[in-house]
Ligand binder design. Structure first.
Ligand SMILES: Nc1ncnc2c1ncn2[C@@H]1O[C@H](COP(=O)(O)OP(=O)(O)OP(=O)(O)O)[C@@H](O)[C@H]1O
Length: 309
């Protein structure tokens, strides 16, 4: 019988995920009488290490179920060695949950999702994206990867004390708005050249380009409303040529996915993308940031992930 491996980030949603695991999922799993094992992640990068061990070429088929947020799911996708013998399940226990929002899994009862995974209620072969910059390791993403303003905001939100200060005053929901305004003042706009499947376009006053496997990022911004994780392509949202004062008006419209009505928003689609800048901008993959880059190559790996839900 196929063994189920669960990987739980006990810190997801600042600890609430672990409680859901203990109270709801563990009893259901015990009652299911399936062979299973759980791993707890102890540090960033740990999930990738566990998945690497479980999916080494030559082993038997495994089902790996991730219990955490988008960051833990990203780590799992980055750890898979042999896709052909892995089935992946996901029970969203994180805070932003852009993956489950895009898969229309958001709000689903965790115990019901577990039940569906054990019964393989739905099966699909998902694409994932890859980013590569000169001299760096390839980085996979399952939701989106952006370069520019969105990555500045992500990076600031991960490291800035503003989040804790606002949380102390019960104003945590304002974190992204405050950080976005701060980064808007700071960003030095520049020209960008973007090539999609061999066709090059130039953009002046460039803010960011985010390449998407699924429609949402940043906790609900529907930057690419029509992105599909099963079409073998990525949708790219490019924001450019706006006066800075317009951005606080533009960004809220992205929650509804109606921002493409503005000049200065371009939605592109393709398999192979190059972004080239004059000065480095930071990059994020599924909300985790790494050092600023001037040239990145992004591409889509089609239908590699056997996903059950
Ligand atoms: N034991 C741990 N201690 C600290 N950080 C951890 C631990 N285990 C995993 N992490 C890191 O925490 C990061 C965020 O976790 P995760 O995405 O699961 O939850 P979240 O932040 O609540 O949700 P979301 O990413 O959807 O906002 C992961 O990228 C992972 O690297």
């Amino acid at each position: 019988m196929m063994k189920y491996y669960f990987i739980l980030n006990p810190n997801a949603r600042t600890g609430k995920g672990q409680k859901i695991w203990k109270d709801k999922l563990l009893p259901a799993l015990r009652a299911s009488r399936r062979p299973w094992k759980v791993f707890y992640t102890h540090f960033p990068g740990h999930c990738t290490q566990i998945v690497e061990q479980l999916t080494r070429p030559g082993g038997s088929p495994v089902t790996i179920v991730i219990l955490g947020g988008d960051g833990t799911l990203n780590e799992a996708v980055n750890g898979i060695k042999d896709f052909s013998r892995v089935s992946l399940g996901y029970i969203p226990l994180g805070s932003s949950n852009d993956f489950s929002r895009g898969m229309e899994q958001k709000g689903a009862d965790p115990a019901q999702t577990l039940h569906n995974i054990l019964r393989k209620k739905h099966e699909v072969w998902l694409d994932y994206g890859v980013v590569k910059a000169p001299g760096t390791k390839e980085q996979r993403f399952i939701v989106s990867s952006g370069i520019g303003f969105d990555a500045y905001v992500t990076d600031d939100a991960l490291h800035s004390p503003i989040k804790n200060v606002l949380n102390a005053f019960h104003l945590g929901k304002l974190t992204y708005a405050v950080i976005s305004l701060k980064q808007l003042f700071r960003i030095r706009l520049q020209k960008a050249s973007i090539t999609v499947d061999g066709k090059t376009m130039d953009f002046k006053r460039f803010y960011f380009a985010s390449s998407h496997n699924l429609p949402y990022e940043g906790g609900g911004f529907k930057f690419t409303p029509k992105a599909s994780p099963c079409d073998g392509k990525l949708d790219i949202c490019v924001i450019y040529n706006f006066f800075k004062g317009i951005i606080p008006v533009l960004l809220p419209t992205a929650f509804l996915g109606i921002h493409p009505i503005f000049h200065g928003v371009k939605i592109l689609r393709g398999k192979d993308i190059h972004v080239s800048l004059e000065r480095p901008y930071p990059v994020h993959t599924d909300g985790e940031t790494y050092r600023p880059q001037t040239d990145i190559h992004i591409w889509c790996e089609a239908g590699k992930i056997h996903f059950i839900y």
